[in-house]
Ligand binder design. Structure first.
Ligand code: WT7
Length: 662
C-alpha cells in the first residue's frame, strides 16, 4: 500500500491527555526512590547498577559490572557468585525474620494457608533434597506445569537453589504446548498436579502431562502434587510429591553459582510460529527484579502486604510473585482462582481480608471489573491500598481513571509498568513518590534504564511524535539468548536497528508534548488509513472513553479506497449493555463513531463498529487482533489454539449481523 508522502510520520500522534496526578507530599517525602536517582543513574549507570546488585547477598562479590564486549550478548556481574534461592529465602531467616509471613495463599474453593519464611525455607530445602535424590544435576532443566499453589513457588525456588533452570508452562496450556516446550528444553523432570480448580470444579492437569511426555526422550520422572484428589493414570516413573518430598530433611547446603548461570527459560509465543524460549540468568535478573519491586512499588518490608494477580506461568509471576518480592522480604498474597469465583467481588474481599496495600494487575482485568460495574468494589473497604499497578497492555485512560477512582479511592498512585518477557523486569514506569502520572502513560524509563522512541532510520523523534520503542543501553535483566537458537535472538531483537545497536521491542510508542512516553501497541497492529499510520491503542482508548464502552479492540481491514479501514469491536458496560438491548443498535454505533472523530479526529473514525459480548484473548489476556482481522476481512478465522476461550470467535462471527456499517 502506497504511503502518502505528505503524511510520512512513522506513527501518528492522535490522542492527547491533560490530566495529571502528582504524588502526595507524604509519599514524595518517604518513598524508597526519589528524584535524585534519575540523574545519578544517568551519570554512571554501571555504578548505579552495582549499588542495586549490592541489595543482594553475594557468596563471591563481583568486581566487574557489565561486559558488553560480545554485544548483543551481555554479561552482568560475571565474576560474582550467588544463590538465588538463598537470596529469596534463607537470608531473611538468618536475619531474624523467620516468623514473617512470606505469603498468604488463598485457594479457589476457600481453603487458605499462610507460609512463613522459616517454613518456606524448610519446604524449599526438602524439595531440593528430593530433586537431588532423583539424580538431577546442575544445569538440567525442569518443566513446571502447576496451578497457583504453594508448591509451584517451592518448586521454582528448589530449582533455583540447585542451579536447575526451570521452564514454567502455564497450567492453561494444552498437552501439545507442553510437549513442544518440554522437548525444546529437553527437560528431565516435569512437576505437575493431579488437577486444578477452575470456577468451582476440579479439572484434570496430569492427563495433559501423560500425553505430553509419552514419546519424550528426555523426561525421566513426573512429580505430582495432590491438589484436587481426582483420579489419575499412574506410570512407573511417576512420583507423588507428598511421598517423595515430605519426608526429606530440611537441611540443605546451597551452592553458589556464577551470576550468569541460567535461572529459567520461559516460552513466549511471539506473533508467528515456533515459541521462543527466552533465557534469563541469575545475578543481573535478580538485581533488576528486586530493584524494580523496591522502586516502582515503593515496597516496605515488614509493613506492606503485596498482591500481584498474575499466574506464575507468565513472566510477571516469575519476577513479581517469586523473585523480586521474595528477594525483598515481602509478605504476599497468592490467589489460585479467577476473579469471579465464587463471586465478582472476590479480589476486593481478599484485599480486605489480608489488608493488601500494593495491588498489581492487568488492564484486561480492570476492564472486566468495569464491565461488571463499580457497585461491586463499592461494597468493600479497600482502605488498606496505597499503590496500584498495571501491566501487560496499554491501559486506556478511562480504565486508568476507573481504577484510580473505584479501587484507589483517589489516593493511590497508579504505576503503569511497561516491560516484556524479554526484558525480565520493569523498564518504563512512573515512580510512585516522584512522578506526576498521566492516565494511560508509562511516563519514562526508570533510573538506570535508557529507552527512546525512534523513526524508521533509528533517529529519535521529537515531542508530540510517534515511532518505534527501542532500548539503547544493555540492562541487567535482559534476556541472554533464545534457548537453542542464538541466531534467532540476534535477528529478532537486534537486526532492525543493527547500525545503532538498539534493542527493538516491537512496540510503537510516542512522546507527548512534555516528553512522556505512551505505548501504542505492537507495530504489527498499526493501521494505515490513507497514508496515516494509526495506532490501534489510540482508537481503542477513544472508544473506551465513551461512558457506554467497557472494552474495545480495533483492527485495520483492507479497504479499496483508503488502504485500510478501521473496524472496531466493542463490549458495552454492564448498564449500557442492558439499554442497548432495547435501543436501536445503529444509533449507538453512529454515536460511537462520532465520539472517536471528536476525540482524535475524523481520520480515525471507524468504518465499522460491531457490538460483541466477548473479545478473543490469549490466556494472558492480550487481545488477538489477528483473528478479528480475519472477521473484518470476511476470511475464515485462522488458528485459534492459543485462545483462552475458543467459543468466542464463533460468537463473534455469528453475531455479525448485529453490527452496522454505513
Ligand atoms: C508486551 C510484552 C511484561 C509482562 C507481561 C507481558 C505489552 C506490557 C505494557 C504496558 C503498554 C504493555 C507490550 C510488550 N505491554 N506492558 N504497561 N503498556 N504495553 O509480557 O507477554 O512478554 O508481553 O506486552 O506490547 O511488548 P509479554
Amino acid at each position: 500500500m502506497a504511503d502518502n508522502p505528505a503524511n510520512s510520520e512513522t506513527l501518528d500522534n492522535l490522542l492527547s491527555e491533560n490530566r495529571t496526578f502528582p504524588p502526595s507530599a507524604e509519599l514524595a517525602a518517604n518513598a524508597n526512590v526519589k528524584q535524585e536517582a534519575y540523574a545519578r543513574a544517568e551519570a554512571d549507570p554501571e555504578a548505579y547498577w552495582a549499588e542495586q546488585a549490592n541489595r543482594l547477598d553475594w557468596a563471591t562479590p563481583f568486581t566487574q559490572v557489565l561486559d558488553w564486549s560480545d554485544a548483543p550478548h551481555a554479561k552482568w556481574f560475571a565474576d560474582g557468585k550467588l544463590n538465588v534461592a538463598v537470596n529469596c529465602v534463607d537470608r531473611h531467616v538468618d536475619a531474624g525474620h523467620g516468623d514473617q509471613v512470606a505469603f498468604h495463599w488463598e485457594g479457589e474453593p476457600g481453603d487458605s494457608r499462610s507460609v512463613t519464611y522459616a517454613q518456606l525455607k524448610d519446604e524449599v530445602c526438602k524439595a531440593a533434597n528430593a530433586l537431588v535424590s532423583l539424580g538431577l544435576q546442575t544445569g538440567d532443566r525442569v518443566a513446571i506445569y502447576l496451578p497457583m499453589i504453594p508448591e509451584a513457588i517451592v518448586a521454582m525456588l528448589a530449582c533455583a537453589r540447585l542451579g536447575l533452570p526451570h521452564s514454567v508452562v502455564f497450567g492453561g496450556f494444552s498437552a501439545e504446548a507442553l510437549r513442544s516446550r518440554v522437548a525444546d528444553a529437553e527437560a528431565k523432570l516435569v512437576i505437575t498436579a493431579d488437577g486444578q480448580f477452575r470456577r468451582g470444579s476440579a479439572l484434570p492437569l496430569k492427563a495433559a502431562v501423560d500425553e505430553a511426555v509419552e514419546a519424550s526422550d528426555s523426561v525421566q520422572h513426573v512429580l505430582v502434587v495432590r491438589r484436587t484428589g481426582i483420579d489419575v493414570e499412574w506410570a512407573d516413573n511417576n512420583l507423588w510429591w507428598h511421598e517423595l518430598v515430605d519426608g526429606q530433611s530440611t537441611e540443605h547446603e546451597a551452592e553458589a553459582f556464577d551470576a550468569e548461570h541460567p535461572l529459567f527459560i520461559l516460552y513466549t509465543s511471539g506473533t508467528t510460529g515456533q515459541p521462543k524460549g527466552i533465557l534469563h540468568t541469575s545475578g543481573g535478573y535478580l538485581t533488576q527484579a528486586a530493584y524494580t519491586h523496591h522502586a516502582v512499588f515503593d515496597h516496605q518490608a515488614g509493613q506492606d502486604v503485596y498482591w500481584c494477580t498474575a499466574d506464575i506461568g507468565w513472566v510477571t509471576g516469575h519476577t513479581y510473585i517469586v523473585y523480586g518480592p521474595l528477594a525483598n522480604r515481602a509478605t504476599e498474597v497468592i490467589y489460585e482462582g479467577t476473579p469471579n469465583s465464587p463471586h465478582e467481588g472476590r479480589h476486593w474481599e481478599i484485599i480486605d481480608k489480608y489488608q493488601v496495600s500494593i495491588y498489581y494487575t492487568a488492564p484486561t482485568t480492570i476492564r472486566t471489573f468495569m464491565k461488571w460495574g463499580k457497585d461491586i468494589p463499592a461494597k468493600y473497604s479497600l482502605a488498606s491500598l496505597r499503590i496500584l499497578g498495571s501491566v501487560g497492555e496499554p491501559i486506556n485512560p478511562e480504565a486508568w481513571m476507573w481504577y484510580r477512582e473505584n479501587i484507589g479511592h483517589d489516593n493511590c498512585p497508579i504505576v503503569d509498568t511497561w516491560w516484556q518477557t524479554e526484558t525480565g523486569a520493569i523498564m518504563i514506569s512512573p515512580l510512585p513518590g516522584v512522578t506526576a502520572t498521566k492516565p494511560g502513560s508509562a511516563m519514562q524509563p526508570i533510573p538506570g534504564i535508557s529507552a527512546k522512541v525512534v523513526n524508521d532510520e533509528g533517529v529519535p523523534v521529537g515531542k508530540g511524535q510517534g515511532g518505534y520503542l527501542v532500548i539503547d543501553k544493555p540492562w541487567p535483566s535482559m534476556l541472554r539468548t533464545i534457548w537453542g537458537d542464538d541466531a534467532r535472538y540476534v535477528d529478532t531483537y537486534w537486526s532492525r536497528f543493527a547500525a545503532q545497536g538498539y534493542y527493538f521491542a516491537g512496540d510503537g510508542a510516542k512522546y507527548d508534548d512534555d516528553g512522556a512516553i505512551w505505548l501504542l501497541g505492537r507495530v504489527d497492529d498499526v493501521m494505515n488509513v490513507s497514508g496515516h499510520r494509526i495506532s490501534t491503542t489510540e482508537v481503542e482508548s477513544a472508544l473506551v472513553s465513551h461512558p457506554s464502552v467497557a472494552e474495545a479492540a480495533v483492527v485495520g481491514a483492507s479497504d479499496a479506497t483508503t488502504g485500510q479501514g478501521i473496524v472496531a469491536f466493542v463490549i458495552l458496560r454492564g448498564d449500557a449493555a442492558q439499554d442497548a438491548a432495547e435501543a436501536d443498535a445503529s444509533d449507538r454505533v453512529t454515536e460511537l463513531r462520532n465520539h472517536v472523530a471528536k476525540e482524535i479526529g475524523p481520520i480515525a473514525k471507524p468504518r465499522q463498529i460491531m457490538v460483541v459480548a466477548e473479545l478473543p484473548k490469549t490466556r494472558s489476556g492480550k487481545i488477538m487482533r489477528r483473528l478479528l482481522r480475519d472477521v473484518a476481512e470476511n476470511r475464515p478465522v485462522g488458528d485459534v489454539t492459543t485462545l483462552a476461550d475458543s467459543a468466542v470467535m464463533e460468537q463473534i462471527s455469528s453475531g455479525l449481523s448485529a453490527g452496522s456499517e454505513d
